[in-house]
Design a protein. Structure first.
Length: 389
């Protein structure tokens, strides 16, 4: 972690942590988290909390048993649980003379730059007031998350917030100790990786979603990659460690640290890096990857090998390499259907194929932001932890 004292901190709390692995929120965990957040705030830091647990809280409030619910049922449970959840946070914060503010965010709120800036201004004003924002995705209206899409889970949302408010530190707390070089469930000699300069080097081996939570280790690594690219130190650690938040904030080595990228990013790049995409994008051939990452060029249709998902002209999309790792994000000049028709073609052939064009590039370099590349850091034969978090 950098030598600077973090003054703007985001704490992301996973479902398995908040429930202690059960089907109900654990009051003791909430109290302990709030105590540490309050201590940081009283000490002068600005703190925001990205929290899971709304559906779980709603289910407990109305006595609905744990079953695989329809999207509509989960939306209703989220509506009930969001009120219960923020009330608990506010009640606990009041013990320390602090106030909570609920912020429910959807992708549509921030996809357009104006909306992004409006959300940013609101959160920054709340922090200036000394309030602790309690942030969650608005599942009541954004059902993509409940289907497994949207921000994907609150790890991705926390990376968005980190870039949005220029956070110094993002703490991703769950029920695992961090990232391991091997799966500790099956390898007794697995070692915790204390510092991971580039999480992309471990993403292929990382796990996916768990039963209660919406995210896995891969989601955490992707969130860490985006937040660190935007200038925040990121720590993936266990919230079950005593005083984990306080210890991490004062610089103690705990969990896995992903150091901030020292590259200065302008506000437009931070917006692109915030993770506003839905996973849709294009696959690139090795030549196109080199052109983007080493030569600073635009993405031309000749370098595209596949179109994944659905997107419209003007959407933020991901640009993937042959290892299924995003190497950049950018604003597409063409829709997914248009891009599919010009795959592998020279730019001069676009008009012939479509009957019109929006420029020679699918993504122009001025509308593109690179993500840290794997070749900056790697573990020989390494395997990220596949424990679900």
């Amino acid at each position: 972690m950098s030598d600077r004292q973090p003054r703007r901190i985001i704490c992301k709390l996973g479902t398995n942590l908040l429930t202690s692995g059960t089907d109900r929120l654990d009051p003791g965990v909430l109290e302990e988290v709030v105590r540490q957040v309050a201590a940081l705030r009283i000490d002068g830091a600005q703190v925001a909390v990205v929290t899971s647990g709304a559906v779980t809280a709603g289910r407990a409030r109305v006595g609905v048993t744990k079953t695989r619910s329809s999207v509509g049922a989960r939306q209703a449970l989220a509506a009930i649980g969001q009120a219960q959840l923020v009330q608990r946070y506010d009640s606990l914060l009041q013990r320390y003379g602090l106030t909570a503010a609920q912020a429910l965010i959807t992708r549509g709120d921030v996809t357009e730059r104006r909306g992004y800036l409006n959300v940013r201004n609101t959160l920054l004003r709340l922090l200036q007031y000394g309030v602790v924002p309690i942030i969650n995705e608005n599942d009541v209206v954004a059902d993509d998350e409940l289907r497994g899409g949207a921000f994907g889970e609150n790890d991705a949302l926390s990376a968005l917030i980190a870039n949005l408010i220029d956070a110094d530190l993002l703490i991703l707390l769950s029920d695992v100790d961090g990232v391991y070089n091997q799966d500790p469930r099956t390898h007794a000699d697995a070692e915790l990786i204390k510092v991971l300069p580039n999480p992309a080097s471990m993403m292929q081996a990382a796990g996916d979603v768990g039963e209660r939570s919406r995210g896995g280790m891969r989601a955490k690594l992707e969130a860490a990659r985006r937040a660190s690219a935007g200038g925040a130190d990121v720590v993936i650690a266990s919230g079950r460690e005593p005083n984990a938040i306080s210890r991490i904030a004062r610089g103690e080595q705990l969990g896995t640290l992903i150091p901030a990228d020292t590259t200065v990013r302008d506000s437009r790049e931070r917006w692109l890096l915030a993770g506003l995409h839905n996973g849709a994008g294009v696959d690139l051939d090795p030549g196109a990857v080199r052109a983007l990452t080493e030569q600073g060029r635009s993405l031309l249709p000749a370098g595209i090998t596949n179109v994944r998902g659905s997107f419209e002209r003007g959407d933020v999309i991901q640009l993937y390499d042959s290892n299924d790792i995003p190497v950049a994000v950018g604003i597409s000049n063409y829709s997914s259907s248009e891009a599919a028709r010009i795959i592998g073609k020279n730019s001069s052939e676009i008009v012939q194929e479509l009957g019109y064009n929006y420029g020679s590039a699918v993504v122009h370099r001025n509308n593109l932001a690179l993500l840290p590349q794997v070749d900056r850091f790697s573990f020989e034969g390494g395997l990220a932890s596949t424990i679900q978090v």
